[in-house]
Structures are given as C-alpha cells and as structure tokens.
Design a protein around this ligand. Structure first.
Ligand code: NAD
Length: 340
C-alpha cells in the first residue's frame, strides 16, 4: 500500500524533480498528472508510470482519489490551483514562488487554513548540504554579530529560454530575475540572517525582450542591524557563473559559492568546531542549478503528512521571501526605500 497519493499539475521542466523524488522515496506515489499540453501529460505518465493523465487539472482533482496536489505550473497560477485543491480538502505542494503577489499568496494561505489542509512551498536550496552547514554555524552563534551579507546570482538565461514558454518574463505569471531565479537567494538570506526591515533597489531590462527585470541590485537592512546586498543578472557571459552567499561577522567569514551555493569557498571562524571537518564533504557538483534538494524536501512533506514532523517551509515561510521581492519591486518602481 502506498502511503500518500499525489496528483501533479504542470509536466514541464521542473516536474522531473518531483516525479523522481517521489519515485526514490518509494512508499508514496504520483497517481495522476495533468498538463494543458496533452503530449507532456501523456509522456510524463508513460515515463514515470503514472496511472492516469489529464489535460484539465480540475477533472483530475474531481475524479482521482488524492491526498495532495503538486503544483509545478507557471508561478502566477499557483494560488488559484492551490485554492481549488484546498477546497477539495487536498494538501498543497507549490513550487516556488507560491504566487507572484503577496495578496494572492495570502488567499492561498487562507484557503488552506480554512480547509484544514497543509501548504508546502518548495525551497529545496535550504536543504543543500552547504546551506545546512552554514545555517548550523549561525544557529550556534559562531559568527557573533553579523555585519554584512552579500548574495550574487550571476546566471545566464538566453532569449531562447524566455521564448520557450509564453509565461516566462511576464509580470503576472512569472516576475523577473528576483521573483524567479534569485528567489531562492532572497529566501536563503532572510532564513539565515533574520527578518528584513527595509529595502532599496534598482532593476532594469538590459538585454532581453521581456516585461520584467533581467538585472537588479538591492540593499537590505535587517532588523538585527546587519546590512545586505543581492545582485542578480541573467545576462552573464557566456553561461552561469556564480550563485553565492557571503557572510561577514565579528568572529567569522564564510562564502558559499560555486554556481548555485554548492561549494564552500571560504570558511574561517575564530573558534574551532567539529563542523569545520565537514566542509569538504558538504561540497557537491549539481547537475544543474536546481541541485539535489527536492528529494529531502519531499521526505519532509511525506513525514509531515504522516504526522511525524512539521513542514520545512510552509505557506508562512514561503511568503517571507515573496514579501521582500514585492518590496524590491516597489522600491525599484518608486525610487524610494520600502519599509517592510
Ligand atoms: N524549485 C526550483 O528550483 C524551481 C526550478 C525551476 C522552476 N521552478 C518553478 O516551477 C514552476 C514551473 O517551472 P518550469 O520551468 O517547469 O515551467 P514549464 O513552462 O517548463 O512548465 C510548466 C508546465 O505547466 C503547464 N501548464 C500551464 N498552464 C497549465 C494549466 N492551466 N493546467 C495544467 N498545466 C498547465 C505547461 O503546459 C507546462 O508544461 C514555476 O513556478 C517555476 O518558478 C522551480
């Protein structure tokens, strides 16, 4: 007997991470999948041995006996699909970002609360071995007072990437580099350092024909006094170059870099800790910038649904980075500092 029965909506690029993770866990199952492009739903069903496929996700929700729904469609569609799932008393696993506006995210959170179902927002980068080690160092207060944080997301997304699907680079369905590609880094920074007090940002469309920014920088002030910056561009020549977070504190300096926070490049603390011996083994070579985090993410989803633990990133956790990104956009639009 499989324990949790999932339905998956959106059989595009990221869906393989979901299909593969649940297959690897082994005890649970994706019993149906849906995509408006029939060939995608059909091909995924065949490849991953999914029993039924649909082109209308509502039909799937109504006909199948599901426990939870995975939403891997364009970001702006996550709230309405999540709300339809919640209304049917199905738990919701939403790809990041959970919505493209805080208002829509709140509607989704409210629907899940009112229907007493759980809401998970995929933030798999938090589970990278490198990031877990860094988080542990912060929780142990190894940095002392944290002064400055910097995150760089220097990636390359050619025009052909944006042209491969209508929703990419659109305001309502996608958002720009901060909302899509750098959103993991916005999330990581607030998860590591703490609540953000204010932001000042500049964004621009410098190299692509899209509605939203391909480049931007933001200065963040944290409630604990630390100052941070996030710099992102999708125009890096010739390909993805760096996805990093650097933390400078009273008693420590760390840079987790590589192409997607997969390599500890600097790890220097005043006091020794046994964790220092884990640096080399925590580095890894990801097949792509998505990393390996979906599998541990799903282990947490399943254990949470079985009542054994609590959600790694629930709706309220997923909302935090979205609120910061919305503030970044407001600051860039108005030219003013935005207080959160
Ligand atoms: N966690 C991560 O690191 C990560 C990585 C990539 C993408 N994502 C997120 O996953 C989501 C999907 O991204 P992608 O790159 O797989 O996009 P994609 O365009 O490759 O896939 C989206 C799929 O949804 C389908 N779809 C659109 N409208 C639908 C509808 N009404 N009903 C059913 N299916 C519908 C499309 O036909 C397409 O196959 C986005 O929100 C993105 O931000 C997350």
């Amino acid at each position: 007997m499989k324990k949790i029965k999932f339905g998956l909506i959106g059989c595009g690029r990221i869906s393989s991470k979901h299909f593969d993770s649940i297959k690897q866990i082994g005890e649970d199952e994706i019993v149906a999948c849906a995509d408006i492009i029939e060939s995608r739903a059909k091909d995924s069903a065949e490849k991953y041995e999914v029993k039924k496929y649909y082109t209308d996700y509502l039909e799937m929700l109504d006909k199948e006996k599901l426990d939870a729904v995975i939403i891997a469609t364009p970001s702006g569609l996550h709230p309405e699909m999540g709300i339809e799932s919640a209304k049917r008393k199905l738990h919701v696993v939403s790809e990041k970002p959970m919505a493209t506006t805080v208002k829509d995210a709140d509607k989704l959170i409210e629907a899940c609360e009112n229907n007493n179902v759980k809401l998970f927002v995929v933030k798999q980068n938090r589970l990278n071995t490198t990031m877990q080690l860094l988080k542990k160092a912060i929780d142990k207060n190894r940095f002392g007072k944290i002064f400055l944080v910097q995150s760089n997301v220097f990636w390359q997304r050619p025009q052909s990437y944006y042209d491969q699907a209508d929703w990419r680079g659109k305001q309502k369905l996608d958002g720009g580099a901060f909302m899509n590609q750098a959103s993991h880094y916005v999330d990581a920074i607030q998860w590591l350092i703490g609540p953000v007090e204010s932001v000042m940002a500049e964004t621009a469309i410098l190299g692509r024909k899209i509605e939203t920014e391909d480049t931007g920088s933001v200065i963040l002030k944290f409630e604990n006094g630390a100052i941070g910056t996030i710099n992102t561009t999708m125009l890096t020549y010739p390909h993805n170059f760096e996805g990093s977070i650097t933390i400078l504190g009273e008693n420590g300096t760390v840079k987790v870099g590589g192409v997607a926070v997969n390599k500890i490049e600097k790890w220097d603390f005043k006091e020794y800790d046994d964790d220092d011996r884990l640096i080399e083994q925590s580095n890894y070579q990801p097949p792509n910038v998505y990393g390996f985090g979906h599998l541990p993410y799903y282990k947490n989803v399943v254990s949470t649904l079985l009542g054994e633990t609590s959600a790694n990133t629930d709706g309220q956790e997923g909302r935090k980075s979205l609120e910061i990104i919305e503030a970044i956009y407001k600051s860039a639009r108005t030219g003013k500092k935005v207080i959160l």
